[in-house]
Design a protein around this ligand. Structure first.
Ligand code: SAH
Length: 191
């Protein structure tokens, strides 16, 4: 799905926009797995990034949907947090800053096969060597066909088979406004 097709969903409240951080992302922070500067790719209205900013992380969120970025900026202002939010295409990142950690809550699973490779190459340009990408996506364990494309562990391993190391992939879950959904939470480091 192209990034701009998300724009209209932010005129209302989409199912994934739960108004609080994902519990799985909170656990990553609480268990000390997130380090250094953080880039939240496909940040939506910013709840995960803002949670991290509140905990003292230097965090930048990017999203292709201008309305999502506008909402994220407004929340940051209201809450007195200095997370930065920018409109950008995750498939074509070129930022002067390189990040220690990249967070992805629900972006990877929107991409086609071809886009997955472009996304990995785009990430390679913004993650420091040794930096880690945390990927949370809908999993093939989720029944039915509601919501985004299901992703298998093998697909994640195959996209990141060269120049990256998959540290682990564990079962997790998304909170949505329509209930829970089975997810994979992967930790992948750039070599
Ligand atoms: N991380 C957020 C939003 C997940 S929904 C959350 O947890 O709530 C997926 C998000 O990715 C949407 O906000 C959509 O606008 C964004 N997106 C989709 N394709 C994109 C692209 N190519 N570049 C940047 N953002 C993109």
């Amino acid at each position: 799905m192209p990034a701009n097709s998300f724009e209209s969903s932010y005129l209302g409240t989409p199912p994934w926009d739960i108004g609080r951080p994902q519990p799985a992302i909170k656990r990553l922070a609480e268990t000390g797995q997130l380090t250094g500067t953080v880039l939240d790719v496909g940040c939506g209205t910013g709840e995960n990034a803002l949670y991290l900013a509140e905990r003292g992380f230097a965090v930048v969120g990017i999203d292709g949907a201008p309305t999502a970025v506008k909402k994220a900026r407004a929340k940051a202002k209201r809450r007195g947090l200095n997370a930065l939010f920018e409109v950008a295409d995750a498939l074509d990142l070129s930022m002067p800053q390189k990040f220690d950690t990249v967070l992805d809550s629900g972006l990877f699973h929107v991409f086609s096969d071809e886009e997955r490779d472009r996304f990995r190459d785009s990430l390679t340009r913004v993650v420091k060597p040794g930096g880690t990408y945390f990927l949370m996506c809908f999993s093939d364990q989720e029944p039915g066909d509601w919501g985004p494309r299901r992703v298998t562990q093998a697909e994640i391993r195959s996209v990141f088979s060269d120049g990256w190391r998959v540290n682990h992939i564990e079962p997790s879950a998304f909170d949505t406004n329509m209930g829970h959904a089975q997810a994979w939470l992967a930790s992948v480091s750039r070599l």
